[in-house]
Design a protein around this ligand. Structure first.
Ligand SMILES: Cc1cc2nc3c(=O)[nH]c(=O)nc-3n(C[C@H](O)[C@H](O)[C@H](O)COP(=O)(O)OP(=O)(O)OC[C@H]3O[C@@H](n4cnc5c(N)ncnc54)[C@H](O)[C@@H]3O)c2cc1C
Length: 384
């Protein structure tokens, strides 16, 4: 495949499948390559759930970007005939009067997004599991909620296939083949096959830094743990229709309602320990420290959950940039090659708008969404 209007996308996480689908909608003949299946359990997008929130403290840019992603998620819900984004709301527990949540509330108010400011007594009335002494107030926005992550990847992949996208699993890209005049002519896989196209997108998640190591992308891969626990009591009231996604982001922790086999998920958004290399064989077990920290957090905020006995956990990895902003840009020196990486643990909710914007950038040279914040030139690249 090296004719006109052809594109190869490397990586079938949410960014790759969304970009592939939008490229196909723009008339491209697209082949998507993934080293594993689409979706797969090693990808950041391969988990059950991700948070969809419109709140980003005072960073109105991401609120606006999430507002642009929202109708695209709702469109995907319709196309997939499934609530991939379930808007069961996000409840953020504020430990300060004028901290992160107050800044989020100010941005939501300015953007005319509906939200509620709840005092602890009201939170206790609505959600009796919370300890009202643990926080000063809570911010609730109903338009947030949870995304069924791997299902969203699978649904997008099948919609993209219906639009003509070829998905090739178990194809690991190992190198780039340069052509003439600052163009990339192909990517080589581990079996030696070269996949040619007119344009290329690298959306390899936390493997991207390694694959594009010659470009010196400043991506640090960190270990992030997640714990799944089964409530000992009152399981029914933790169902999504009664219990919104919750977060206390300045403390790091966030969590989801009961979603699979009666389990609730708890995560910590604070950047974890760096690992040298992204490797699917790395240990994925839960550390005793994470279990302890989770119990401590729950004891303070949702005491009846803290004594959990049935639980499991696993590790995922973040692909962090130094400033936490994404990398969505053309690769330096290669007119027809683009990269979508460095999602720094908060990219999933933006998948549809990232995919759409990249497809526009690759085909038309510019996107409706201003991608200036995500350009590579903000970093000093240590090219090899
Ligand atoms: C624990 C955790 C919690 C998170 N929580 C949230 C949240 O609540 N809300 C939110 O918005 N975001 C969240 N995120 C971030 C979000 O999940 C990621 O930003 C997003 O999934 C990244 O998608 P991606 O497509 O870039 O990468 P991935 O999903 O990792 O996909 C990359 C794909 O590329 C393939 N690939 C890589 N290299 C090659 C190669 N050489 N050849 C072929 N294929 C290759 C891989 O196999 C993989 O399938 C979280 C992330 C983690 C780890």
């Amino acid at each position: 495949m090296n004719g006109k209007n052809t594109a190869v996308v490397v990586g079938g996480g949410i960014m790759g499948v969304q970009a592939a689908w939008h490229l196909a909608q723009l008339g491209q003949s697209v082949t998507l390559l993934d080293q594993f299946d689409v979706p797969n359990q090693w990808a950041a997008s391969g988990d059950h759930l991700r948070v969809f929130r419109l709140t980003y403290g005072k960073d109105a840019f991401y609120t606006e970007m999430a507002l642009k992603a929202l109708p695209l998620w709702l469109e995907l819900n319709e196309l997939a005939e499934s609530a991939l984004l379930l808007q069961n709301g996000v409840l953020e527990l504020a430990v300060k009067d004028n901290g992160y949540e107050a800044q989020s509330a100010a941005v939501l108010k300015e953007r005319k997004v509906k939200f509620e400011r709840l005092d602890p007594a009201m939170v206790k009335k609505l959600y009796p599991m919370y300890n009202p002494r643990a926080f000063k107030w809570a911010l609730f926005h109903q338009s947030g909620g949870m995304i069924w992550a791997s299902r969203a990847v699978a649904a997008t992949a099948s919609i993209a296939q219906r639009k003509g996208v070829h998905i090739r699993s178990n194809v690991k890209v190992v190198s780039l083949v340069k052509g003439k005049g600052g163009l990339l002519s192909g990517v080589k896989d581990s079996a030696g096959k070269v996949w040619q196209a007119e344009r290329f997108l690298f959306a390899g998640g936390y493997w991207t830094g390694e694959l594009l190591k010659n470009f010196g992308l400043p991506i640090k891969v960190t270990r992030q743990e997640q714990l799944f626990l089964r409530p000992l009591f009152n399981r029914g009231r933790y169902r999504p229709e009664h219990f919104p996604v919750f977060a206390s982001l300045p403390n790091g922790f966030y969590g989801f309602p009961v979603h699979i086999h009666g389990f609730i998920k708890i995560g910590d958004h604070r950047v974890g320990k760096a690992v040298k290399k992204a490797d699917p064989d790395l240990a994925r077990e839960l550390t005793p420290k994470f279990e302890k920290d989770s119990r401590k957090f729950l004891k303070r905020f949702i005491p009846e959950l803290a004594g959990f006995s049935e639980f499991e956990g696993h590790t995922c990895w973040y692909d962090n940039t130094p400033d936490g902003d994404f990398i969505l840009d053309r690769l330096p020196g290669l007119e027809n090659a683009f990269v979508a990486a460095g999602f720094s643990g908060h990219g999933f909710k933006f998948g549809p708008i990232v995919g759409k914007s990249l497809a526009e950038l690759m085909v038309a040279g510019k996107s409706e969404l201003n991608l200036h914040r995500f350009r590579l030139s903000r970093f000093k690249l240590r090219r090899r």
